[in-house]
Design a protein around this ligand. Structure first.
Ligand code: 5RP
Length: 218
């Protein structure tokens, strides 16, 4: 199976996690794009979606799925999103697609985080994938220095601004043995908007696409 076929399979499997007549939180990325396409086939069963990026909003709307403002929504029973890496505890690196801030906000607002990934994303220790950090532009060098002091090698994502008008530093060279502690430390640096470590609020369940079928890790 190709990687896209594995992504498609987990996206389809995620439909079984969707409650009827509710607002669904929707992440960002190529795996989520498959999920949005799958969601469109049951769109009459959901009230609408809260979206984590302009890209996902556009795709949801193109399918005729209502997109709601988070401020107008009381409850999001399920948030479905991909990840760049996920470990056995459900801690993740996210933000490869640059939508980490809105993703973290919706993940926090949701009762349950369903992570959909192909098997290549499952790791024993996070950090091989460069850790994205969204930063207010004027704090770029300050934050980069602090990230170097934490042992990382931050590199500016070229020609890229987030949906919130900020830059991203991709931090290479980290071996993240304590994801919660590192998430807390990076969050403390003034100028950091969001770190793409999702450890304090990790996934509740991971649907992992393998050639042998979709595995559920809870
Ligand atoms: C976007 C993300 C994505 O979930 C992550 O990058 C995985 O993307 P893909 O499904 O394309 O591999 O965090 O900000």
């Amino acid at each position: 199976m190709t990687q896209d076929e594995l992504k498609q399979a987990v996206a389809q499997a995620a439909l079984r996690q969707i409650p009827q007549d509710q607002i669904i939180g929707v992440g960002t990325g190529s795996t989520v794009n498959f999920f949005i396409d799958a969601l469109a086939t049951i769109k009459h069963k959901v009230r609408g979606a809260v979206s984590s990026s302009e890209r996902s909003t556009e795709r949801l709307k193109a399918h005729g799925i209502a997109v709601l403002d988070l401020n107008d929504v009381d409850r999001i029973p399920v948030y479905v999103d991909g990840a760049d890496e996920i470990d056995a505890s459900g801690a993740m690196i996210k933000g490869g697609g640059g939508a980490l801030t809105r993703e973290k906000i919706i993940a926090e607002a949701a009762d349950r985080f369903v992570c959909i990934v192909d098997a290549s994303k499952l790791v024993s220790t996070l950090g091989k994938f460069p850790l994205p950090v969204e930063v207010v532009p004027m704090a770029r060098e300050l934050v980069a220095r602090r990230l170097r002091a934490l042992g990382g090698d931050p590199r500016l994502r070229k020609d890229y601004l987030t949906d919130n008008g900020n830059i991203i530093l991709d931090v290479h060279g980290l071996t993240i043995s304590r994801p919660r502690e590192l998430e807390t430390s990076i969050n403390q640096i003034p100028g950091v908007v969001t770190v793409g470590l999702f450890a304090h609020r990790g996934a509740d369940v991971a649907l992992v696409g393998t050639p042998g079928g979709v595995q559920e890790h809870a």
